[in-house]
Design a protein around this ligand. Structure first.
Ligand code: ZN
Length: 171
């Protein structure tokens, strides 16, 4: 059994590695990392974790949309949490800077390859709002889910809610 309820996306920066557990504690009704469930022969049959980490550069949603679709199909999910963290490397470059450097170093034009607004981070309130909207407006996102945008302080380990997008109950 896979009792997953929540997808928590956050950055691959090792300083942000505590984000999944922080998300579980933030909501209170979640379990992470949980325990593996074994059958009588010792095979791994599942886990008690209800949070699945989705670790991508910057914790940006552009890299996570397909996994949300697949998770809903396989397990059914109720909540998606976007976590952006303090001192993230995504704040240290701009679209113009990376495309110019790429042209110089790799001799390739990547200026129209990605949606650059969804990659670097200039402002955390803006980036979290952007990513929550990107997820909400994707046809590959189940309509019933709650979506949160949280800021993670890597020093204190504290989460601050910046965006909450919870659909109204359908009568
Ligand atoms: Zn980061």
């Amino acid at each position: 059994m896979i009792p997953v309820r929540t997808i928590a996306m956050y950055c691959f920066d090792p300083r942000a590695a505590g984000a999944a557990q922080a998300v579980a504690e933030y909501f209170g009704d979640e379990v992470y990392p949980g325990e593996l469930l074994l059958d009588e022969t010792g095979r791994k049959m599942g886990s008690t974790a209800t949070v699945f980490p989705l670790i991508v550069g910057g914790g940006r949603a552009a890299d996570a949309l397909r996994s949300i679709t697949v998770s809903q199909h396989l397990f059914g999910i109720e909540r998606v949490v976007v976590v952006h963290h303090s001192f993230c490397g995504a704040t240290s470059f701009t679209a113009e800077g990376i495309t110019a450097a790429w042209k110089h170093e790799q001799h390739t034009d990547i200026s129209s390859l990605y949606d650059w607004d969804g990659i670097s981070i200039a402002d955390f309130e803006q980036s979290l709002n952007y990513d929550v909207s990107l997820i909400r407006n994707s046809p590959g996102t189940p309509k019933h889910i709650e979506i949160y945008g949280l800021f993670y302080d890597i020093d204190s380990g504290e989460l601050t809610e910046v965006v909450r997008d919870v659909p109204a109950e359908v009568a």
